[in-house]
Structures are given as structure tokens and as C-alpha cells.
Design a protein around this ligand. Structure first.
Ligand SMILES: Nc1nc2c(ncn2[C@@H]2O[C@H](COP(=O)(O)OP(=O)(O)OP(=O)(O)O)[C@@H](O)[C@H]2O)c(=O)[nH]1
Length: 413
């Protein structure tokens, strides 16, 4: 990714250069006037440009028109801006303008660029029965490079969310025929948690209690129509930053830091809950407990880092083999579980034995060369006991597999 900075002040260029190098993974070209910016824009393709408004050879903001004529998103960084200039720039379709006021201004620029990089992969659903309003919101979102999907009422928004669960932000109007904004949010929050989907409510209704009601019903934020560009973008930016933060927190709490598979805490949280339903419906749950054989030798012979590499690749294989349909977790050290809902012990045995033999045949590539490893596995099916007791029974079967020579799968006796 390549960024163009057009700035005649050496101090500002240096600050930007420093912050970009620290925070962003991209290449940067600097131009000090319109002429050199023109040359660069003819030679190279830019993800976006950050430009000063007044340059030594172009005092009237010509640089903005030039950048936009190349279909390059443009952020204006300027010392001052009157309300006429502001209006004109927004109408031209710049991403945003930032006043050079203090260090937070430059940090905001970098945060914005960072966000724009990610926005290309962020889907936003806009639900509004007014086409004019929908198109306006779409145009604002597209200036910030989001992928935009439109729905003209609450019910079609709900259908889209069912089919496209990777939508990260829903922007919904209040008054819509059929299912209104509140009805939609209530339905959505039954299925999508705050880590999965963020919601911003919109309304032109003058009822002043609407914003609080939207938020109490599960929206993250609310915007009163008509709104100005800047407020819209700041709120979307903040909402998505909070979503990212929540997701990071969720990952830290539920995923194993080394291998990225679920951790013990997630496993117990999920199955303590599910076990009740499985028992009520007389369903089946089988757990396999896996332990890499002689793993201590890998660490002792090649070092802890190589041990880590083996754990990472072992988890990746486990996830690849089972992860699409079943729950793979790391319980700690070199011990893992796979939980199989709806499969009995015999079926799980067949799957685990296939995994075991594939692992034995294909060495793991590490920085110290290829390594053959094997795994022992114990299997137990849910009976009339607790999750802890189920794990203990799988552990006993694992002990049998180790005692019987390792590289084996055993079902509880
Ligand atoms: N590299 C690495 N090693 C770990 C990690 N967690 C635990 N271990 C090591 O895993 C090893 C487990 O060894 P043991 O429990 O003695 O078992 P083993 O050598 O696999 O032998 P068996 O299980 O009896 O086949 C120990 O050396 C731990 O230090 C980790 O996150 N990274």
C-alpha cells in the first residue's frame, strides 16, 4: 500500500513520517508542491493522499481536485478552513479534513488511514425506506471505502443479515414499513452479540427520547437526521473502533494465545451451557482428549521455541481436520480436546484414528528441520454425569492409550 503526502512544511512532514512509520504498514512518497505531486500521481497508484490545502505553487486548493481526478481518496490537512471552504471540500467528496491544531490532529489522521485500510473489508448494511437517505448514507460510507449493502425495510435487512453474517455494522432508520428500526434491533440482538455486530440508529423523528430508546434496545449509537458529514464519520469510526476492541477482548479471553484455537475457558463456557440442552433432547456429545507423545523431548532436544512451532502446526492440523464442524480447544501444555456434538464414540474413534495416522505419516516442518510426532487420544461419551466427569473419563482413556504404548486412540473402558 502506498500513500502520498503533499505538504510544504518540513515539520509537519516529519511528524507524519514518524507516525506513519510507527503505526502503518505502507510506503510513503512526499511532495512539497503541486507540480511534484502531479508527477508522482502520474507515475504511481496511491491508496490515498494526505494533502495540505495551500501549496507554494497552488494557493486555492487545486491539489484536492487533482488528487480526486485520479480517483484517489483525499484527506485534507490544513491550518485553517472557513465554512465556505469546508462545504466546498465536502461536496467535492474528500474523505475528511483535519485542522493542524495539536498532536492529536496528526494522530487522528493516522487513525483514519488505519481505519480506511481496514474498511475495504468491512461490510455495512444500510436499512432505510427512503431511497434519498439510503443513497446519501451510501455515498458517505463509500468515501471511506466501506462495502455497502442496502435494504429498503426492516424485514429485508433481517434477511440480508441471515445470509451475510459477516456484516459488521448495521445502520438502521427508525420508521420503516413492516419491521421498524426497534423491531429489527430486537431481532438482531437475539442472534448477534455486540462483538459480532455494531448498530447505529437513525431517525428524523423529533421525539427526543428516541436516541436513548435505540441504545437501550441494543444499538451502539444514534444519529439524528439531518446530520453533518463529520459527525456521521466520527460516530461510525468510534463505533467500529469499539467493535474491534470488543472483538480483541473476546479473543484474548477465549482463544489460546499461542495457537489461536479455543482455550479451556471457552470450552467449559460453551459446553456447560450446551450439555443441559443435549441431555434434555437426549442428544450425543463425545469428547476426545489428545496429548502429544514425548513432547518434553522436543523441548529438551531442540528448545522451547521449536516446541512452540510444533504446537502451532499441530493445532493448525487439528483445526483443519476437525475445526469446520467440531470444537477444537487447547487445554494447556501439549493437551488438546475436540468436542463432537451428535457423534457417538465409535464414529469419533474412526475420525481420531485417521487423524492420528495422518499425523504420524507427515512430519512437521520446524526451523530445526522436519520432525515426526505422534499423539495419544482418549475418548469418552456423555453419560448421566457432569462435563468435568466426562473429561475425567476421557482422561482415563488417554492414560490407557499412553500406558498401552502411545500413538493410540482408546475409548473409555
Ligand atoms: N514449547 C512449549 N512447551 C510446553 C508448553 N506447555 C507445556 N510445555 C511442555 O510440555 C512438556 C510436557 O511434558 P510431559 O508432561 O512430561 O509429557 P511428554 O514428554 O509429552 O510425555 P508423554 O505425555 O508421557 O508422552 C513439558 O516439557 C512442558 O514444559 C508450551 O506452551 N510450549
Amino acid at each position: 500500500m502506498r500513500i502520498l503526502v503533499v505538504e510544504d512544511s518540513k515539520v509537519v512532514s516529519r511528524i507524519l513520517q514518524h507516525l506513519i512509520a510507527q503505526e502503518l504498514d505502507c510506503e510513503v512518497d512526499f511532495a512539497v508542491d503541486l507540480a511534484s505531486a502531479k508527477l508522482l500521481l502520474e507515475q504511481k497508484e496511491y491508496f490515498l493522499a494526505i494533502t495540505d490545502l495551500n501549496l507554494p505553487d497552488a494557493q486555492e486548493g487545486e491539489i484536492v481536485r487533482l488528487v480526486l481526478s485520479k480517483q484517489t481518496p483525499c484527506i485534507v490537512l490544513t491550518g485553517s478552513l472557513d465554512s465556505e471552504q469546508r462545504k466546498r471540500l465536502l461536496q467535492l467528496g474528500i474523505v475528511d479534513y483535519i485542522l493542524k491544531e495539536n498532536r492529536f490532529s496528526y494522530e487522528y489522521v493516522v487513525r483514519l488511514v488505519h481505519r480506511l485500510q481496514r474498511n475495504k473489508n468491512v461490510k455495512v448494511l444500510v436499512a432505510d425506506d427512503s431511497m434519498v437517505s439510503r443513497k446519501f448514507v451510501r455515498s458517505l460510507l463509500e468515501q471511506h471505502l466501506y462495502q455497502v449493502i442496502e435494504a429498503d425495510d426492516g424485514n429485508s435487512a433481517w434477511d440480508i443479515l441471515q445470509n451475510q453474517p459477516d456484516v459488521q455494522l448495521l445502520i438502521t432508520d427508525y420508521n420503516m414499513p413492516g419491521l421498524d428500526g426497534f423491531g429489527l434491533i430486537l431481532k438482531v440482538r437475539e442472534k448477534f452479540s455486540r462483538e459480532e455486530l455494531a448498530i447505529i440508529g437513525l431517525s428524523s423523528d423529533s421525539d427526543e427520547s428516541l436516541s436513548a430508546r435505540f441504545i437501550k434496545n441494543g444499538a451502539n449509537d444514534f444519529l439524528q437526521k439531518p446530520f453533518v458529514h463529520e459527525e456521521f464519520h466520527c460516530r461510525v469510526l468510534n463505533t467500529l473502533d469499539s467493535l474491534d476492541m470488543l472483538r480483541k477482548l473476546w479473543d484474548q479471553a477465549n482463544l489460546d494465545y499461542l495457537t489461536g484455537v479455543y482455550n479451556r475457558r471457552y470450552f467449559f463456557g460453551l459446553f456447560e451451557e450446551q450439555i443441559k440442552q443435549i441431555k434434555q433432547k437426549q442428544g450425543t456429545l463425545t469428547v476426545a482428549l489428545l496429548d502429544i507423545d514425548f513432547f518434553k523431548r522436543v523441548n529438551d532436544t531442540h528448545g522451547h521455541d521449536v516446541g512452540d512451532e510444533v504446537l502451532v502446526e499441530f493445532s493448525a492440523r487439528l483445526k483443519h481436520f476437525f475445526g469446520q464442524h467440531f470444537t477444537v480447544s487447547r487445554f494447556g501444555g501439549e493437551e488438546f480436546t475436540v468436542a463432537f456434538k451428535g457423534l457417538n464414540e465409535e464414529k469419533v474413534f474412526a475420525l481420531m484414528d485417521k487423524f492420528r495416522s495422518q499425523l504420524e505419516m507427515k512430519p512437521i516442518a520446524t526451523s530445526k528441520g522436519d520432525m515426526f510426532i505422534t499423539v495419544s487420544t482418549g475418548i469418552a461419551g456423555l453419560a448421566d454425569d457432569s462435563l468435568d466427569e466426562l473429561i475425567q473419563r476421557a482422561d482415563k482413556a488417554l492414560y490407557d492409550a499412553k500406558e498401552s504404548g502411545r500413538n493410540l486412540v482408546c475409548i473409555e473402558a
